[in-house]
Ligand binder design. Structure first.
Ligand code: IPD
Length: 297
């Protein structure tokens, strides 16, 4: 049967606003927490309650589609197949949420044949919505949930070839510490932070990049890249629910997404290295910058 991506988008936007109300209703001083792999890998009751709401709304609207959520994922058991699949993170940026740092979102992705096909990322703290539909472009909307914007009309985001990133030394780069505190992903992150802040080798004291930013949410980093606010987002060890929605928004805006495994462009479940680059010229046009960055990494 035909899949109506627009209808799925509209459903996801409505779910995102409901999630936003739940997130904003939670009192940060009253948030009960648990941790997953270590004390920096946090889950709250709100993450779980939002995921429950999202999964029950989606499974009743789309009973034949698969569902993968961060909080109900069973490592080693949950698989992403070629079936139409919702891949969601109820709160991306849980650490920010717990600290009352106003940068967290709900990330709702829909993939078909493992290709990110709809992405909805909503930051309720800023009432900021990013959406993308495969083949129809990406949008950014401020004051997204206000009554007069109930009929969806965002601003189309399209990275212009003119603004394309040409040089690592002028790039604003988003990257994250993530929640792993040891192991390969941790070591590689530490190296990237240090290397990117160092001077480059031009002998004139030039810097490797303009600066680094950590928004605390993989999905919001991808959207910032899609909107041209940062030039590159790199992170080692993201999961499918961190990237599925932002991936669609980024690529529909003309950016590119590369995984650390050459040739593997699918949203994977096993914490791969992901690199997002702004630019309207496709993978070929960005080859140089990608190669330059891989050298550093
Ligand atoms: C995390 C955030 C963080 C990123 C981690 C993610 P969560 O998601 O996106 O910025 O560095 O890799 O796991 O735990 O807040 O949903």
């Amino acid at each position: 049967a035909d899949i109506n991506l627009q209808e799925i988008h509209d459903t996801l936007v409505s779910i995102a606003f409901e999630a936003g109300r739940m997130i904003m209703a939670a009192n940060p001083s009253d948030i009960s927490m648990g941790s997953k792999m270590n004390s920096a890998d946090i889950v709250t009751e709100t993450d779980q309650a939002v995921e429950k709401m999202v999964s029950s709304r989606l499974t009743s609207s789309y009973p034949t589609y698969a569902f993968v959520g961060e909080e109900t994922n069973i490592p080693g058991v949950t698989k992403i197949t070629s079936a139409p699949t919702f891949i969601i993170d109820p709160i991306d940026g849980t650490t920010n949420f717990v600290h009352g740092f106003p940068n967290a979102c709900i990330s709702l992705g829909f993939v078909v044949d493992r290709i990110p096909s709809v992405g909805v990322v909503y930051n309720p703290f800023q009432d900021l919505l990013f959406t993308g539909i495969r083949g129809s472009g990406s949008y950014m909307q401020r004051n997204a949930s206000l009554p007069d914007s109930s009929e969806y009309k965002g601003k189309k985001i399209r990275l212009s070839p003119k603004g394309k990133l040409g040089n690592l030394s002028t790039a604003l780069v988003a990257t994250e510490w993530g929640s792993e505190r040891k192991g390969d992903n941790f070591e590689i992150r530490a190296r990237v932070f240090r290397q990117l802040c160092a001077t480059n080798e031009d002998g004139e004291g030039g810097s490797m990049v303009h600066s680094l930013r950590s928004l605390g949410s993989a999905a919001l980093n991808l959207c910032a890249c899609a909107a041209g606010q940062v030039d590159i987002y790199w992170e080692g060890g993201c999961y499918a629910w961190d990237v599925a929605a932002g991936w669609c928004i980024l690529t529909e805006a003309g950016g590119i997404m590369a995984s650390g495994n050459p040739g593997d462009w699918e949203p994977a479940l096993d914490g791969r290295v992901y690199l997002a680059v702004r630019g309207a010229e496709g993978r070929e046009g960005q080859k140089e910058i990608v190669e330059e960055l891989w050298k550093v990494i």
